[in-house]
Design a protein around this ligand. Structure first.
Ligand SMILES: C[S@@+](CC[C@H](N)C(=O)[O-])C[C@H]1O[C@@H](n2cnc3c(N)ncnc32)[C@H](O)[C@@H]1O
Length: 318
């Protein structure tokens, strides 16, 4: 009793001071956060847990806007449709992207998430939609994926990269599981690129991000340029980047509006502290986007043809 009370006091203190979580706390926290919040999200927003594509910017068909975002990203990345036989959805939520990819390309997909609730729900929805033979979901860590080297034609990560505490290992794993010639797509929240002469963000920018980190179980942020550097270091070819912050801009306002209806407010009251804090952090996200601090970054590249690194070969044997 005393120890659980002191743990709760520590959590509140850490929350107030926006203390950065250890890697282990982060992993456990992400799993719990999505276990607790995914049901409410699905009730209000459906099976996609990501931003929408707001062109034109006043559109109000939000679910379709989320599906359009997937299609527009695939188009932007020039995915070679007939070549996609196997895709991996890294940080899959309840599997909206996987099922969409499976139908679009008639391919097989593997989805991974840290949340047991999401993996189960992903499999249930696949069964409901007649996609059991094509889509599989499991709990696994993106930083150590349970797949053989070179397994996938398409490696897809939509709004999960921001959760990864080790961006280099994240990129290494995306590379490892892509087949030579396979396409990698990362869509993720980043902070703005640093200006020439800057060595870090400003103090007030860092303070805002730290508050968001506590609410959404995020580690330190990086810039899109940092990802480009990591991809270049891997020898990726055809690297492209784009900032779609302006395209997704109306999304947060829509989410905030949707959370003000009676069903959402009731759901929020019942969903516990971390989901409520997540709802509050939507306002911080909005502020970050408006200030130009937070960017909605797109990256794509091809894994070059040829053998992988020695570490890759080891995983191939195992
Ligand atoms: C905002 S949700 C996005 C879900 C999904 N991509 C979508 O667009 O519907 C972030 C997802 O990343 C997953 N995630 C975060 N860190 C992860 C990790 N280290 N390994 C696997 N999944 C992770 C979470 O479990 C969650 O499913």
């Amino acid at each position: 009793m005393v120890s659980s009370l002191s743990k709760a006091v520590k959590r509140v203190k850490d929350s107030i001071s926006s203390k950065e979580r250890s890697r282990e706390d982060l992993k456990v926290g992400i799993a719990g956060f999505y276990d607790r919040s995914s049901q409410l999200w699905e009730k209000v927003w459906g099976e996609h847990m990501h931003h929408g594509y707001y062109v034109p910017e006043n559109r109000t068909d939000h679910v379709q806007a989320q599906i359009d975002l997937i299609d527009e990203v695939l188009k932007w990345a020039s995915v070679d449709a007939p070549a996609v036989k196997r895709a991996v959805d890294v940080g899959c939520g309840i599997g909206g992207s996987s099922r969409h990819l499976a139908r679009k390309y008639n391919c097989v997909t593997e989805g991974i998430t840290l949340s047991p609730y999401q993996a189960n729900r992903g499999n249930d929805l696949a069964a409901e939609q007649g996609l059991t033979d094509q889509c599989n979901f499991q709990v696994a860590d993106a930083l150590d994926m349970p797949f053989k080297t070179g397994s996938f034609d398409l490696v897809w990560s939509l709004e999960s990269g921001e959760h990864m505490p080790d961006k280099k290992q994240f990129v290494n794993e995306l590379f490892r599981v892509a087949r030579p010639g396979g396409r990698i797509i990362i869509v993720t929240w980043c902070h703005r690129d640093l200006e020439k002469g800057e060595t870090s963000l400003t103090k007030s920018e860092m303070k805002l991000l730290k508050k968001i980190n506590r609410a959404y179980y995020l580690p330190e942020w990086c810039s899109v340029q940092h990802y480009v550097d990591l991809l270049e270091a891997k020898g990726a070819t055809d690297i492209r980047r784009e900032d779609w912050s302006y395209i997704i801009a109306p999304f947060w306002k829509a989410v905030i509006k949707s959370s003000l209806n009676l069903r959402s407010v009731w759901g929020l009251i019942n969903s516990g502290f971390s989901t409520q804090r997540g709802a509050y952090a939507m306002l911080l996200m909005l502020r970050g986007f408006n200030k130009g601090l937070i960017k909605f970054g797109l990256l794509t590249c091809t894994r070059p043809e040829g053998p992988g690194t020695p570490a890759d070969s080891l995983k191939m044997i195992n």
